[in-house]
Design a protein around this ligand. Structure first.
Ligand code: PNS
Length: 168
């Protein structure tokens, strides 16, 4: 069995993230989504809420590949998590050059620390503009994001922002 980790902040998960995880399941038989803190980003949702939204998205996707994906919070260094679960590689999606610039140092550092390799998947063009930070900003200002995120995410963001639930 080959285990890989799809790590990220997932604050919140988007359809772009879900597409990368789905594509990872077509190549690897054991895929673990690792929800982790990025010190460079100020988080909105707590890690357990983010992980819960990822689990709900995987369950409601109704795809056999996604149903076998596991989700865990990464408590410390990603490389320690990879070692603990026996993951041979990290899989990350890249929307473009900006993502590569951010990801390359982390990939090199993770390999330096532990030898774990990073596999980059080009993001699907349908989601090239979709970013968790933009999703949060749109919701903060009352805009629509339901076609950018899995079910339940918009409500979780509204709750975290102290906004009333839709329709109330
Ligand atoms: O979705 P993101 O914000 O691009 O994901 C970045 C993330 C969370 C995967 C990265 O910050 C991370 O691996 N954090 C865990 C702590 C860690 O290992 N830091 C050293 C990275 S070289």
């Amino acid at each position: 069995m080959t285990t890989v980790v799809c790590p990220g902040s997932f604050d919140p998960i988007t359809l772009g993230h879900l597409d990368v995880v789905r594509r990872a399941t077509t190549m690897f038989d054991d895929v673990v989504v690792g929800v982790a803190k990025n010190p460079g980003k100020s988080g909105l949702l707590d890690l357990e809420t983010r992980a819960g939204l990822v689990r709900a998205a995987l369950e409601s996707a109704d795809e056999p590949g996604l149903a076998r994906v596991r989700v865990a919070v990464v408590p410390g260094l990603l490389v320690d998590f990879c070692r603990e679960i026996g993951a041979v590689a990290v899989v990350k999606g890249l929307r473009g050059g900006g993502d590569f610039d951010a990801e390359q140092p982390m990939a090199l550092m993770n390999r330096h620390l532990s030898g774990v390799e990073t596999i980059f998947l080009p993001g699907d063009q349908r989601y090239a503009h979709v970013a968790s930070s933009l999703v949060k900003d749109i919701v903060r200002h009352g805009g629509p994001v339901d076609d950018l995120v899995p079910a339940g995410v918009t409500e979780a963001l509204r709750a975290a922002l102290g906004q009333p639930a839709a329709g109330s």
